[in-house]
Design a protein around this ligand. Structure first.
Ligand SMILES: Cc1cc2nc3c(=O)[nH]c(=O)nc-3n(C[C@H](O)[C@H](O)[C@H](O)COP(=O)(O)OP(=O)(O)OC[C@H]3O[C@@H](n4cnc5c(N)ncnc54)[C@H](O)[C@@H]3O)c2cc1C
Length: 401
């Protein structure tokens, strides 16, 4: 199925990368995704394949051993991968955000230390803002890093770390009041700490515990965890960018590219749901003809395909805006909002087209139905996207009267 979600203006390298990734998805991901998902099994072989394709270093500059590709190329790869299995795109997404934050905000020493190994997939990134008491309201973060000589001592509990167990480098956002007196605005008193650790569960470094995997309704295979810091000592040179108080801005920059990425995932999952729906509709017969010949089902297919096209166009637009060096928070917020809502709707329509069989675990659509809701939440809920979009619109269309 190639008619939908085409992207005009790609160069030869981009087309080649995408065709390689699509081939990998068709041969190595789709045939095993549902089985692995039902067992909640980490896709080790798929991850090794992604490493070989260079996907962990797709956007890391060539001087650090990456492919130096654009956000657009990255997002289009994510769309392909999510079409195969959304969890696999989750494995590379937090890695990509941490690599992006290092590239944009890291000191030279931090870039030299981490980026070459991240490009190879040897160091794997996770990022951690959320806590048990907050997700949307990042300004309420209570985890804290206090300076002690050449180190920071971190305390606090973090929640919902995608790749919390498998990662070896976590970008942790915490409050740091050193140099920021009491009463400083929350977003000016936060710092990103680069926390290195062993992969796995339990005490993975003195003062740092990853309790275990959170049992989720979907988005299985990829590990999602808590992270507990109790007297965790971090050298001062592991403050991202070397200066405290910049963490909020660094994380928001990371989340902005992450939103394009979540939009791309929504596009990929919706495309797969459409493929499944249009195929099933031509095989299942009722009242003497394929259900695809009933107008009500054709209308559903028409709506689904239109949503796939619209979400893809907005996602591509948001990625291109960022690649051009312009601020893209408005476009990224719109793309994330629309693509995740449309994804949920397209998946539901494909599910309905499957009738009772959509409820059976033997059918792929059952898995997609449990995966789509995560996109409504991750990288900011619909309400948060609308707040960002609304504020930006009022800036752009300020009343002059
Ligand atoms: C599977 C999974 C993986 C995740 N991975 C990560 C990760 O890797 N790193 C990380 O840091 N976080 C991660 N998260 C956390 C995710 O970012 C948060 O769940 C999300 O930001 C929402 O926060 P919350 O769950 O605390 O909901 P809340 O912020 O408590 O929101 C609850 C509801 O209230 C609404 N709401 C909140 N504030 C407002 C407002 N001002 N106006 C109107 N409505 C509002 C929300 O939209 C939502 O509907 C993950 C979450 C999931 C489920």
């Amino acid at each position: 199925m190639t008619r939908l979600a085409q992207t005009a203006g790609l160069n030869d390298i981009q087309r080649e990368i995408l065709s390689t990734v699509r081939d990998f998805v068709d041969k190595e991901i789709i045939p095993v995704a549902t089985q692995l998902e039902h067992r909640d099994e980490y896709p080790t072989e798929i991850v090794e394949g992604l490493k070989e394709l260079g996907l962990f270093g797709l956007m890391i500059p060539e001087e650090y051993g990456g492919l130096g590709e654009s956000l657009l190329t990255y997002a289009l790869c994510v769309e392909e991968i999510a079409r195969g299995w959304m969890s696999v795109s989750g494995i590379i997404n937090t890695h990509f955000i941490v690599a992006y934050m290092l590239k944009q905000h890291g000191t030279q020493e931090q870039k030299d230390t981490f980026l070459p190994r991240m490009a190879l997939g040897e160091v794997r990134g996770a990022f951690s803002m959320s806590e048990p008491a907050l997700g949307s309201d990042v300004s309420a973060i209570s985890s804290k890093g206090v300076k002690d000589g050449d180190e920071y001592v971190l305390h606090g509990q973090k929640m919902w770390l995608t790749n919390g167990g498998t990662s070896t480098l976590v970008a942790v956002l915490a409050r740091s009041d050193e140099g920021h007196p009491e009463g400083t605005a929350p977003h000016k008193s936060m710092t990103t700490f680069l926390v290195e650790k062993e992969p796995g569960f339990g005490e993975v470094r003195p003062g740092l515990t990853i309790p275990g995997k959170i049992d989720k309704m979907g988005y299985k295979g990829v590990d999602t965890t808590e992270l507990i810091m109790d007297d965790l000592r971090i050298p001062a040179n592991r403050v991202l960018g070397g200066t405290t108080g910049r963490g909020f801005y660094q994380m928001m920059d990371g989340v902005e590219v992450g939103r394009v990425n979540v939009a791309a995932r929504g596009c990929g999952v919706a495309q797969r749901a459409f493929e499944l729906g249009v195929s099933y509709a031509q095989q299942r017969h009722t009242f003497g003809k394929p259900i695809a010949q009933h107008q009500a089902i054709q209308f559903k297919l028409a709506e689904m395909a239109t949503k796939v096209e619209a979400a893809h166009a907005m996602m591509v637009n948001a990625a291109r805006k960022k690649d051009s060096g312009e601020r893209n928070d408005l476009e990224a917020g719109m793309a994330k909002y629309l693509a995740s809502e449309y994804c949920k709707e397209v998946v539901e329509d494909a599910f309905r087209i499957h009738g009772g069989y959509g409820f059976s675990k033997e059918y792929e659509i059952e898995r997609l139905y449990r995966e789509a809701p995560m996109l409504l939440i991750g990288e900011g809920t619909a309400e948060i996207q609308k707040m960002i979009i609304g504020r930006r619109l009022l800036e752009e269309y300020r009343f002059q009267g």
